[in-house]
Design a protein around this ligand. Structure first.
Ligand code: CU
Length: 131
């Protein structure tokens, strides 16, 4: 069960990279490839933050998601309109389909503070902090 869930997340990730980012189109590093073998369930936070977006603005969810390097970043997001979520630093773009929950999961390998924003209007959803 865990395996199939991970596989699904990886598949989503692969699609996202094809989307391209307005800020950093050149980085197409397949950073997801290592996540398959060593995804360690013990590193997944017990509490999964949930973000709710209404009309391109966050209406619910934490302002900061804080993890340690090597941890798995995981959160869910739902928007009431089609949109894109951009995770800076990791250069991940998540396609949001109106009314559908998206689970975002990846390994935190880069330390620092990174903005997670809605691309349609560049509004800040939260700050990802990797210590
Ligand atoms: Cu962006």
């Amino acid at each position: 069960m865990k395996l199939s869930r991970t596989a699904a997340v990886i598949a989503v990730g692969a699609v996202l990279f094809a989307g391209g980012c307005s800020l950093n189109k050149s980085t197409t590093t397949p950073a997801m490839t290592t996540a398959t073998a060593d995804s360690d369930a013990t590193n997944v936070p017990a509490e999964v933050p949930e973000f709710i977006l209404h009309n391109g603005a966050k209406v619910s969810g934490p302002d900061t998601v804080s993890v340690k390097s090597g941890d798995t970043v995981k959160f869910t997001v739902i928007s009431d309109k089609d949109d894109q979520l951009h995770i800076h630093g990791y250069d991940k773009e998540i396609e949001l389909k109106s009314g559908q929950f998206q689970t975002v999961e990846f390994k935190a390998t880069i330390t620092g503070k990174f903005e997670i924003e809605i691309h349609s209007n560049d509004s800040l959803v939260c700050t990802l902090e990797v210590r």
